[in-house]
Design a protein around this ligand. Structure first.
Ligand code: ARG
Length: 465
């Protein structure tokens, strides 16, 4: 069947396969609210400029409001023969208000229409994600405040390195998520120019007022170049890049949760709400939600790759290839929102096993650096030499199978005669973390203050939207 909307010069009917490959309505119906918002702004501008009559404007905007309600109440019949959301709405407008509907598309094209609607959609999504990121930061900062002094091992190479606090760990992710919010915010700022009025690619001969439509839709200004405005989707690429980086952060935290909740580590307990059992091994509690957050980063990064490759080499201006921008974007942003919600709930839910963490932090001579630092500070030893002396002391402790703080002074002095009893003031995990007072360090007092600062800031900024 030929489209009533653009079928003027077509005489043969369209192959069903053409509808199958061409129609986007099954997925782009999600743009209905943004499409209607932009159409109302456009119709009002056409009326204000005297390009269409006031009566036509009123008929069109009234009809669009009615369609919005029909879609929201699930009373709207979407038709693949009408290709996409834009033509479905316009065709329905014709049924509802008759002739004036035909004037809505004056001085516009589906090219600027879809670019505008999609920008509005992505902007709304960014605002939602910003709120979700804030909620996860808040959950982490609250854990940090509760566990500013809870000692756990810090790792490099996943080997015990130096003791840190669980609160410090949580705040590391708060910082990462803050940068994620910054990246989404940057993308939003550059996105916020209005393509409407660029028409098909060259602008229009009608005396439109692009400042008015831009303002009505909450954009900072009209986009300056009509070709660019209809042809680029870099605003989606930036958003998906921010989403991919954020998903990688979530994936790393998810991996920590998987490791920490294993029987070998036993650092945290996840409640039944975020674990599943095994059909054959009754003892199992699997951290499925964390595993899925870990995996879903792949899918989000995949969406970014898809759109990069779709756009690569496309000549200006619009090509139908660009219709392929939507499904990966919808999927990636939905997925990220789900991951953020699941992660927030998991973080709120998880409880550290403080004693296990503390003991693990003490294992593996994790305060060796503190001993070396003491030698440097107290005996004015060059760090490289102190490293060597400490290595020998660690060897002794290992032979005697005791932690450093339980090695007797005589044993230490057998390695270096000038060591005094004062050395014990830096050994032991509590002393170690308490001494890490350099800015950004893991000392519980600093962590407590940082957690408080974050909680205050997060409670102050209301999410955008
Ligand atoms: N559904 C199309 C898309 O998403 C709308 C734009 C169609 N424009 C065109 N010239 N065929 O890209």
């Amino acid at each position: 069947m030929n489209s009533k909307i653009w079928g003027g010069r077509f005489s043969q009917s369209r192959d069903a396969l053409m509808d199958a490959i061409n129609a986007s309505i099954d997925f782009d119906k999600r743009l209905y609210a943004q499409d209607i918002r932009a159409s109302i702004a456009h119709a009002e501008m056409l009326g204000a400029q005297g390009i269409i009559s006031k009566d036509d404007t009123t008929a069109i905007t009234g009809g669009l409001d009615a369609i919005l309600r029909e879609i929201e109440d699930e009373r709207f019949a979407f038709s693949p023969a009408l290709e996409d959301i834009h033509m479905n709405i316009e065709a329905r407008l014709g049924e509802l208000v008759g002739a004036p509907a035909g004037r809505l598309h004056t001085a516009r094209s589906r090219n600027d229409q879809v670019a505008t609607g999609f920008r509005l959609y992505v902007r709304d999504e960014i605002d939602g994600l910003d709120g979700a990121l804030g909620a996860l930061q808040h959950a982490l900062a609250a854990k940090a405040a509760a566990h500013a002094g809870t000692i756990m091992p810090g790792f490099t190479h996943l080997q015990n390195a130096q003791p840190v606090t669980f609160g410090h760990y949580c705040l590391a992710y708060v910082e990462m998520l803050a940068r994620d919010r910054g990246r989404f915010g940057d993308a939003r700022q550059r996105l916020n120019e209005c393509p409407l009025g660029s028409a098909a690619l060259a602008g229009t001969s009608f005396p439109i007022d692009r400042d008015r439509t831009a303002k009505a839709l909450g954009f900072d200004r009209p986009a300056a170049n009509s070709l660019d405005a209809v042809a680029d989707r870099d605003f989606v690429l930036e958003t998906l890049a921010a989403a991919s980086i954020c998903a990688v952060h979530l994936s790393r935290l998810a991996e920590e949760i998987v490791i920490w909740s294993s029987a070998q580590f036993d650092f945290i307990a996840l409640s039944d709400a975020f674990t599943t059992g095994s059909s054959i091994m009754p003892q199992k509690r699997n951290p499925d939600a964390a595993e899925l957050v870990r995996a879903k980063a792949a899918r989000i990064a995949g969406a970014l790759t898809t759109l990069l490759v779709v756009l690569k080499g496309l000549p200006l201006a619009y090509s139908k290839d660009m219709q392929e921008d939507k499904e990966p974007t919808f999927d990636a942003l939905d997925t990220l929102a789900l991951c953020l919600a699941a992660m927030t709930a998991m973080v709120e839910d998880m409880e550290p096993n403080e004693e296990v963490m503390r003991q693990s932090a003490a294992a593996g001579f994790s305060t060796a650096t503190d001993l070396a630092d003491w030698l440097v500070r107290t005996l004015d030893m060059p760090f490289r030499e102190a490293h060597h002396v400490t290595g020998r002391i660690v060897q002794l402790a290992e032979q005697k199978n005791v932690p450093l703080e339980d090695l007797d002074l005589a044993a230490m002095q057998s390695v270096h005669a000038e060591i005094t009893g004062d050395v014990f003031s830096v050994l032991g995990v509590e002393k170690s973390v308490a001494s890490r007072t350099s800015a950004g360090g893991t000392a519980p007092d600093l962590v407590r203050a940082e957690a408080k600062r974050w909680l205050k800031q997060l409670e102050q900024d209301r999410p955008r939207g």
